[in-house]
Design a protein around this ligand. Structure first.
Ligand code: ADP
Ligand code: 5GP
Length: 183
């Protein structure tokens, strides 16, 4: 069986960036592609960044029991495919889920052997500046995402590891130590 790593952090903290750099170093790790009802951002590709579904399609998948976990985040639904996770781990591959903190705690309750990692910004100001700097969300969506931060920090108390994403290279090094089991 492979190991399951769950990575969470506030929107804009740099989860995607850190994970991408880690996967460049370690292509043997797999990353699960989630389903979502949110609209694709410019440049996002169906089946690569997410499987983009309508609300009805998403609800049907919930009814079918297709998801290992799913959660509503900032007005949209997001879910992790159960089959992919089980197959990937059974093949012996190490797998990363990049999901929100509610989903992460759900995964931990289903699979207690999974390792939860929370990525922190160097400051709240820097978090807001990164989220704005990405220029992918409306002002309303940015505010909504920033409002989630309090609950995320609360939920992160139950996580196994924390990584501060200040200097990107340092953050990738820290994540590497955790995922390769060198503490
Ligand atoms: P998330 O996946 O957590 O929502 P992203 O990976 O999209 O966040 O990163 C949000 C923005 O912050 C992007 O514009 C990205 O280039 C930038 N960013 C990520 N990591 C750093 C870092 N260590 N220092 C400065 N900017 C960063
Ligand atoms: P974004 O819209 O910025 O891509 O993602 C918003 C939030 O949804 C992030 O915290 C991201 O980690 C989370 N997310 C992405 N996929 C899933 C998923 O399958 N399940 C859950 N619970 N959260 C997800």
């Amino acid at each position: 069986m492979g190991n399951l790593f769950v990575i969470s952090g506030s929107s804009g903290v740099g989860k995607g960036t850190v994970i991408k750099e880690f996967l460049n170093r370690h292509p043997e790790f797999k990353l699960s592609v989630s389903c979502t009802t949110r609209a694709p951002r410019e440049g996002e590709v169906d089946g690569v960044n997410y499987f983009f579904l309508t609300k009805d399609e998403f609800k049907q998948r919930i009814e079918n029991g297709d998801f290992l976990e799913w959660a509503e985040f900032s007005g949209n639904m997001y879910g992790t495919g159960k089959n992919y996770v089980q197959k990937t781990l059974n093949y012996g591959h190490n797998l990363i889920l990049e999901i929100d903190t509610k989903g992460a705690l759900n995964v931990k309750s289903i699979m207690p052997e999974s390792k939860l990692i929370f990525i922190l910004p160097p400051s709240m100001e820097e978090l807001e500046s990164r989220l704005r700097g990405r220029k992918t969300e409306s002002e309303e969506a940015i505010q909504k995402r920033l409002e989630s931060t309090k609950l995320e920090i609360e939920n992160s108390k139950k996580f196994d590891y924390k990584v501060i994403n200040d200097n990107l290279e340092q953050a990738v090094n820290d994540l590497e130590k955790i995922l390769l089991g060198v503490h």
